[in-house]
Design a protein around this ligand. Structure first.
Ligand code: IPE
Ligand code: IPE
Ligand code: MG
Length: 254
């Protein structure tokens, strides 16, 4: 076992508290099977269910998944419409079960552009599961990291304009507290499936010190073993947060 890993194990720090995932590759998965892209998205919902179960099993506190970006409106109208339908159906089907497992559901992103019925379902799901504590499961839908930061900046601007906040008091904390996920620990582990190695405007601020894990596995093929591999990779990393490796080792070996 490498030194850094031993230290991690000793610290009992092998599991992430918060995992963030870009679920990519649904379209290619469908294409490989000569199926319409929506079949890939449907298979992708099953992968979400598997990962949620794994998080509950392993007592990971928070899971955030990227379901629809602010740029995904640029896709063919038909695919966007079917994705909205799928989102609505999945919410209707899964919420009860998630509630039984003590999962709190949240949706981050600008929901105002969604069909009215979907907006209502989202609100219901959030209210219904609001007091659950085993896992905070957040779905980023019509979300963009830039949207998130811009919105927080706008709120800061309003607070300054109303005299509630002094411009000199705009700190990292003041901005952070106005972002989505402000009350959760920042993601420890970021996973992107589907082979691309980019953030695609996901959690830009919140990923500042997150460990990145990229896999070629397409999202519908991402199962229990794939998740275990990602966790295994995470547990072998040494997180230094700007310090030297020697400093980190010293702190851990007590
Ligand atoms: C991710 O899969 C799901 C969404 C963006 C909604 P894609 O649909 O991007 O799949 P690929 O990248 O085309 O394979
Ligand atoms: C990122 O996937 C967004 C989601 C998974 C929801 P995309 O497939 O849209 O990303 P790009 O366009 O390849 O960067
Ligand atoms: Mg994609």
């Amino acid at each position: 076992m490498p030194e850094s890993k031993q230290a991690n194990v000793r610290q009992g720090n092998t599991l992430p508290r918060h995992v963030a995932i870009i679920m990519d590759g649904n379209g290619r998965w469908a294409k490989q099977r000569h199926l319409p892209r929506i079949a890939g998205h449907r298979a992708g919902v099953k992968s979400v269910r598997r990962v949620v179960e794994q998080c509950i099993d392993k007592r990971i506190r928070a899971l955030t998944v990227f379901a629809f970006s602010t740029e995904n409106w640029r896709r063919p109208q038909k695919e966007v419409g079917l994705l909205m339908e799928l989102f609505l159906n999945a919410l209707e089907r899964e919420v009860k079960k998630l509630h039984q497992h003590d999962v709190q559901m949240r949706i981050i992103g600008d929901r105002s552009r969604f069909p009215a019925q979907l907006q209502r379902r989202i609100e219901e799901a959030e209210q219904y599961t609001a007091s659950n504590t085993a896992l905070t499961f957040t779905i980023a839908a019509n979300y963009g990291g830039r949207w998130d930061i811009t919105r927080a900046a706008r709120e800061l601007g309003r607070a300054v304009a109303s005299g509630e906040l002094d411009a000199d008091d705009i700190s990292e904390n003041a901005l952070q507290s106005r972002l989505a996920l402000a009350d959760l620990p920042e993601p420890d582990l970021f996973i992107r499936t589907g082979g691309e190695q980019r953030i695609s405007n996901f959690l830009l601020w919140q990923l500042a010190y997150t460990e990145f894990y990229f896999t070629d596995t397409l999202w519908p093929d991402f199962g229990k073993e794939s998740f275990a591999e990602a966790l295994e990779s995470f547990s072998s990393r040494q997180r230094r947060f700007g310090r030297t490796s020697e400093q980190v080792e010293k702190e851990k070996v007590v």
